[in-house]
Design a protein around this ligand. Structure first.
Ligand code: GDP
Length: 365
């Protein structure tokens, strides 16, 4: 599953945001077959109006959204990479995620103590990122040293060690892995897939503002936006507290609540949408009377790979896919009507899935 690790200094609003995410999980859990519930993980449904629309048309017994796993990585402080606080254990947890949501405090409040006694988003980001780099450097260094010892027995380690050392030198100068300009070589690919360096992941900078900060961007917010832009990273602005209050409100109340803050979309929806975009994910749908469901795949996946989202066996046994574009489905209303109108296409192994495709697979088991 798509997973995003939440990082940030203490007292910036991570727990408040994570609580909101957990509430969003629980609010929907009656409808979803969630696996194990873990204290630091929230499995959150991806809001998608297309899924709602399809459900309206098909009226299935069950509706299932795509989900995103959010992992709360508490305990990151200056010195975490040296094991200060509960640092290293948490750093290990981030390594497993696909993207990072970096929560930054962008509100003043004398009642909420800031660990460094002042609100300064850029400094805060730097403190966290320094720890992440230091942690990566340790991991990379260990691996490079281990591989260096293996060269004697297996020469193929040579180039990897050489490339690894260059990256290490670069990172030792305080740089994040994802700014290294020779990242897309095969050797680097292999090394990074294996090491899962935290700073090689995509980052979403998340400015947490108070209720007043939602309509106008304060200077803190502007500085984070600028930094995100310079890094080519994603940015979202939220108010964690408002998110908590939003969960559980029904349609009209929900809209009124958003409007009262002068926004049109919830922060959670923004984060999830941004996460999807950042990771290059799209959704396709299956629409049967038993279940209407969204499936998450990589943008660019061909049909057999897309089928594997449902079951790994589907990839090998793939024969073909019957595909209806989302708009066509909505226009004609049912699969039968789409077939009659000639908009149901039979696609083979080379078909690249489009966002919103409504699909029926044929496969060998
Ligand atoms: P964490 O240490 O990063 O998990 O931070 P918390 O979520 O515990 O938040 C620290 C403090 O900031 C708490 O007192 C929150 O109520 C407050 N806080 C967090 N987000 C917001 C927000 O969006 N608006 C306001 N007014 N206060 C917030």
């Amino acid at each position: 599953a798509l997973s995003i690790g939440i990082v940030g200094l203490p007292n910036v609003g991570k727990s408040t945001l994570f609580n909101a995410l957990t509430k969003a999980q629980n609010a929907e859990s009656a409808n979803y077959a969630f696996c194990t519930i873990e204290p630091n993980k929230a499995v959150v449904p991806v809001p998608d109006v297309r899924l709602d629309k399809l459900s309206e048309l098909v009226k299935p017994q069950r509706v299932q959204s795509s989900t995103v796993d959010f992992i709360d990585i508490a305990g990151l402080v200056a010195g975490a990479s040296k094991g200060e606080g509960l640092g290293n254990k948490f750093l290990g947890n981030i390594r497993e995620t696909q993207a990072i949501l970096h929560v930054v405090r962008c509100f003043d409040n004398d009642d909420v103590i800031h660990v460094s006694n002042s609100v300064d988003p850029i400094r805060d980001i730097d403190i966290i990122e320094t720890e992440l780099i230091l942690s990566d450097v340790q991991v990379l260094e260990n691996r490079v040293e281990r591989m260096a010892k293996q060269i004697k027995g297996d020469k193929s380690f040579g180039p990897k060690v050489e490339e690894g050392r260059k990256l290490l030198e670069f990172m030792n100068e305080g740089n994040q892995a994802n700014t290294y300009d020779k990242l897309d070589t095969d050797i680097m690919d292999e090394l990074l897939k294996d090491l899962r360096l935290i700073t090689s992941k995509k980052v979403i900078y998340c400015a947490n503002v108070d209720e007043n900060g939602l309509t106008d961007d304060n200077d803190y917010v502007k500085s984070v936006m600028k930094l995100a832009e310079e890094r080519g990273a994603a940015f979202v602005k939220i108010s964690a507290k408002m998110e908590e209050e939003l969960i559980g409100l029904e349609d009209e109340e929900y809209q009124d609540f958003l409007e009262s803050y002068g926004v049109t979309e919830s922060g959670l929806a923004k984060i999830i949408r941004t996460g999807f975009l950042t990771l290059g994910m799209i959704s396709y749908f299956t629409a049967g009377v038993k279940e209407v469901r969204a499936w998450t795949i990589n943008d660019g996946d061909k049909a057999p790979r897309a089928a594997a989202a449902i079951h790994t066996d589907f990839e090998k046994g793939f024969i073909r896919a019957e595909v209806i574009g989302y708009e066509d489905y909505v226009t004609h209303g049912t699969e039968a009507a789409c077939r009659a109108a000639g908009v149901l296409r039979s696609e083979g192994k080379e078909y690249v899935f489009k966002d919103g495709d409504v699909v029926h697979f044929l496969f060998n088991v």
